[in-house]
Design a protein around this ligand. Sequence first.
Ligand SMILES: [Zn+2]
Length: 105
Amino acid sequence: MKIHCSCGAIILDQTDYLSCKAHIIGDKTYFDFLNAIDEAIESKDEDRETLCMRVRRAETSRLAWECNTCGSLYLSDGNGDLVEYRPVNGKANRVFDRPRSKVSE
Ligand SMILES: [Zn+2]
């Protein structure tokens, strides 16, 4: 996928683990998603693959990308279109590029 930013740059989305891409979950659906995870963990069902697929289907995020040149954010609107938001400071703020957290043992 290529997004042509209004600044002229191109945002490429051709692999996983992109530092300029995010999966955004609204607050109303975030707790439903956590409940689906809890339900899968607490289930007595032996079919772990089915449980994992149930959690993946419950994840209702939308995608977002940040332009590395001007910092504009492009959010999918759920209808196949992108909505652009521009940062007031006019620069790339790398808002989605956070260090990967380690799961504590
Ligand atoms: Zn841009």
